[in-house]
Design a protein around this ligand. Structure first.
Ligand SMILES: [Zn+2]
Length: 185
């Protein structure tokens, strides 16, 4: 009669007949969570409007992102958090911060408009989306009591504020002065 040895496959400890529930973890090393941010910043996936290539782009204070394959200027739309915002906001081009939340209807109206504008004004505009539910520090900093709220940044400094959902043409008109004026490098 052969009896299969039912040793637990996930355990190499064969000395104990039964795994004890109370495992002594006195010397548990409480290693600090590795929160060291990448020095080169968070990666955003930017799709080329010319050839469809998805480019992995990190924020850069100077210049604008271009497609690795066809060299076309990429629409610059990124998601930022409380942790990554400063890096993302440091840019040579005009930036629009979109303070939004998933439950906000007017935000869903403005979101696609900003995507279109990021394509149409590629190389002159960076759209930085901030989910206010997940990033309370930024929500507080920009006083986002009503959303959608758009903050226009030049050289990282707020220069305009648009509260509520504007139609695309109105939004484009409002943003035009900032798009033609390049921030000093
Ligand atoms: Zn391309």
């Amino acid at each position: 009669m052969t009896v299969e040895d039912q040793s637990p496959s996930h355990s190499t400890d064969q000395t104990a007949t039964k795994p004890t529930a109370a495992k002594p973890t006195a010397a548990k090393p409480t290693a600090a969570k590795p929160t060291t941010p990448s020095r080169s910043g968070p990666v955003s996936l930017l799709t080329c409007t010319q050839c469809g290539t998805k480019n992995r782009i990190r924020p850069s204070p100077k210049g604008v992102p271009s497609c690795a394959k066809c060299k076309a200027t990429l629409p610059w739309l990124v998601n930022a958090t409380d942790a990554t915002f400063e890096t993302e906001a440091t840019t040579q081009v005009a930036a629009v911060v979109d303070l939004w939340a998933p439950w906000c209807g007017p935000c869903r109206f403005v979101g696609p408009i900003l995507e279109e504008l990021s394509r149409e004004y590629a190389g002159r505009l960076k759209v930085i989306k901030v989910n206010v539910d997940e990033n309370p520090a930024l929500a507080q900093r920009f006083d986002a009591r009503s959303i959608p709220t758009l903050i226009v940044l030049q050289a990282g400094r707020p220069v305009d504020r648009i509260v509520g959902a504007l139609p695309k043409t109105d939004l484009a008109v409002r943003l035009t002065p900032y798009l033609i004026r390049r921030s000093p490098a």
